[in-house]
Design a binder for this molecule. Structure first.
Ligand code: ZN
Length: 319
């Protein structure tokens, strides 16, 4: 009997190692093994500061940023408040958005999987030349290496949204892994542009329904799309432009990518074609009538009040 258990004890870790090695973003890992992977792969190494605890427990997003041990904030200083928010904030289902209202003749262009050193600046040039603002859903691991491009997106007036850290399918992740993916990505964006995104697009548009409460609790809206440009597959700019322009409807959210040069060449034709059909091109935030970012200005003043140990001042009543 004891020998049997010993054998299982040896076989189980070996099985896990194998599963981890062959795991791909689209793969479904057997249920019993993922919990162990989570514990090993996503251990937090930084203790939360008392600022972050005060802030998050008081519902203050972005608290904890003032601490940073008096120096330059580390990425962990941004990640930890986000991670704690998932536990402190009562679960709110994230809104799933496929398109905007049909009342206005507006279309939103969205670019996934960047930033790209080669293509993103070219896309920004085209957009600036045509005076168009759009929405970028960026990957954290790329944004961390190219913070200057995140700044350029923001400086161009575009929305910067969250597309996960490493582009896994959320269907094959545990909650803590999804949380790690989105919190680390928001941290990179926040450090680069000083704003916390609330627009989130899961890789491949895939996620289990249960992920909506986690993402909602973290303050996100889940933005999907109603028109796929098929630019990941198309061979010519003309085909991409034709696909987008012919399928656009009032309120359409269009899926594009800033990782392929064929998309860069299609973009002027898309813009001209949509405008010829009378469409106005707007960022997702504008189409939805909301900010692309969490309001943190008010939170900062509340943090100051907490620092002095005084209760928050009551707002002045209207005369
Ligand atoms: Zn993607």
């Amino acid at each position: 009997m004891a020998r049997g258990w010993t054998l299982i004890g040896w076989l189980l870790p070996a099985t896990l190692l194998t599963v981890k090695a062959v795991e791909t973003p689209r793969a479904e890992v057997p249920r019993g093994t993922r919990q162990v992977l989570r514990r090993d792969a996503f251990r937090s190494s930084v203790a939360p500061t008392s600022w972050a605890q005060h802030g998050v427990l008081s519902g203050i997003q972005g608290a904890g940023l003032e601490m940073a041990n008096g120096g330059e904030p580390s990425l962990a200083d941004f990640v930890e408040p986000c991670a704690m928010a998932a536990e402190a904030v009562p679960s709110r289902e994230a809104r799933e958005v496929f398109s905007g209202g049909t009342g206005r003749r507006q279309v939103a262009l969205t670019f996934d999987d960047g930033p790209s050193r080669e293509n993103t600046p070219r896309i920004l040039d085209v957009l600036a030349k045509h005076d168009v603002r759009v929405t970028f859903f960026v990957l954290g691991d790329r944004g961390e290496r190219m913070p200057d491009l995140l700044e350029a997106l923001d400086a161009g007036g575009h929305d910067v949204g969250n597309h996960s850290w490493s582009h896994p399918s959320f269907r094959s992740l545990w909650r803590s892994q999804i949380q790690d993916e989105v919190c680390r990505t928001n941290a990179v964006i926040e450090r680069a542009i000083g704003k916390t995104p609330v627009l989130m697009r899961p890789p491949y548009g895939r996620f289990a329904p249960s992920a909506l409460s986690l993402l909602g609790g973290l303050g996100f809206d889940v933005v999907l799309w109603s028109v796929d440009s098929l630019d990941w597959d198309a061979q010519t700019p003309e085909v991409i432009a034709q696909t987008v322009v012919s399928r656009a409807r009032p309120g359409s959210i269009v899926l594009l990518h800033d990782r392929r040069s064929v998309t860069v060449h299609a973009l002027p034709k898309i813009i001209e074609g949509l405008r010829a059909r009378g469409f106005e091109i707007v960022p997702v935030s504008e189409m939805l009538g909301q900010s692309a970012y969490r309001e943190i200005e008010r939170a900062a003043s509340t943090v100051t009040t907490l620092a002095s140990g005084l209760p928050p001042a009551l707002p002045e009543s209207e005369p």
